[in-house]
Design a protein around this ligand. Structure first.
Ligand SMILES: Nc1ncnc2c1ncn2[C@@H]1O[C@H](COP(=O)(O)OP(=O)(O)OP(=O)(O)O)[C@@H](O)[C@H]1O
Length: 285
């Protein structure tokens, strides 16, 4: 599958949710869609799933617009953080509808996952706890086997052990049925090892789109006494720096630097990188 957007914009009245977003996702991989609250992730995923149209620009899934095209939408399963299912339905009715909608639906997998998450077929959606609702979303997303399966923070109410179960099941599902997964999450450290590729949105714009291998390769965290760090990063490509109490941390892009006396150089974790890259505006408030 290939998703391609060109100068995608979405405004809600005066509010701009996406600004000139041009991005391409292709192939079978697990992609992290990251960014702070309000960055535009959900808006992008909704347009991609055909929920509504962009204000301008283009979006194509295998060369077709997702809006009002069932050929496209049956290939996309979008599980949102809430309100996925009609409250009056029972779980078995939700699964029956999903089976009709998704051509690659795996009934045995759905049955298996119901047991794993200890859900009862006759329970009504409106009677489910937050965690149980999330579990139902996860079951539908995984059993859909949709070539593009999207999870937008699907873990609301799930405890740590069930979140860990979700990550294991996701990986298993990906191995059994390789496809494109797009995941939006704020619990980056928990899941970052599953990502092959990461896109970071910031204020409706694309800040970065790289493979996780490139990210690890390209970004270094340098810390130590301010004067030592300042000396070390002089003339280097610094993409973020913060100072506090005589200490400094800097993030370098595409540079080589080794740890020395008083200077700590390390790879930077994805969660920290997202925080550093999207922090500037907060600092300048
Ligand atoms: N239906 C809507 N009406 C008006 N404004 C909206 C609507 N949907 C989103 N927005 C605005 O668009 C911007 C992007 O929101 P969006 O939900 O896409 O962000 P997000 O990255 O998914 O955030 P979060 O991590 O908090 O879920 C925000 O400023 C939000 O207020």
């Amino acid at each position: 599958m290939k998703i391609e957007t060109k100068q995608l914009r979405k405004t809600f009245g005066k509010e701009s949710a996406l600004e000139d977003l041009s991005i391409t996702f292709s192939g079978e991989k697990i992609i992290g869609l990251l960014g702070k609250n309000g960055a535009g992730k959900t808006t992008f995923m909704r347009i991609l799933s055909g929920h509504f149209q962009q204000t301008s620009g283009t979006i194509a899934v295998n060369e077709q617009s997702p809006f009002n095209h069932s050929d496209v939408s049956k290939n996309i399963c979008f599980i949102q953080e809430s309100n996925n299912f009609y409250g009056k339905f029972r779980i078995d009715e939700v699964l029956q509808i999903a089976e009709v909608f998704y051509p690659n639906w795996d009934k045995d997998q759905a049955e298996h996952l119901l047991k794993v998450f200890k859900l009862k077929r006759k329970q009504k959606v409106k009677a489910l706890s937050k965690g149980m609702l999330s579990a139902l979303g996860i079951i539908v997303g995984l059993a859909s086997n949709a070539p593009i399966t999207i999870f937008d923070e699907p873990y609301i109410g799930l405890d740590a052990s069930n979140r860990s179960l979700f990550y294991d099941l996701l990986l298993q599902s990906y191995q059994d049925n390789p496809r494109m997964f797009i995941l939006s999450t704020h619990l980056i450290d928990e899941i970052s090892k599953l990502f092959e590729e990461v896109a970071i949105l910031h204020e409706g714009k694309l800040l970065l789109h790289e493979t996780t291998a490139e990210l690890a390769e390209n970004h270094l965290l340098v810390s130590g006494e301010t004067s030592v760090v300042d000396q070390a990063i002089k003339n280097k490509n610094v993409i973020h720096q913060t100072s506090m109490l005589g200490k400094k941390k800097a993030v370098l892009f595409g540079e080589q630097l080794a740890t020395t006396d008083g200077l700590e150089v390390s790879k930077i974790g994805l969660q920290d990188l997202v925080i550093y890259l999207t922090k500037e505006e907060v600092d300048s408030l």
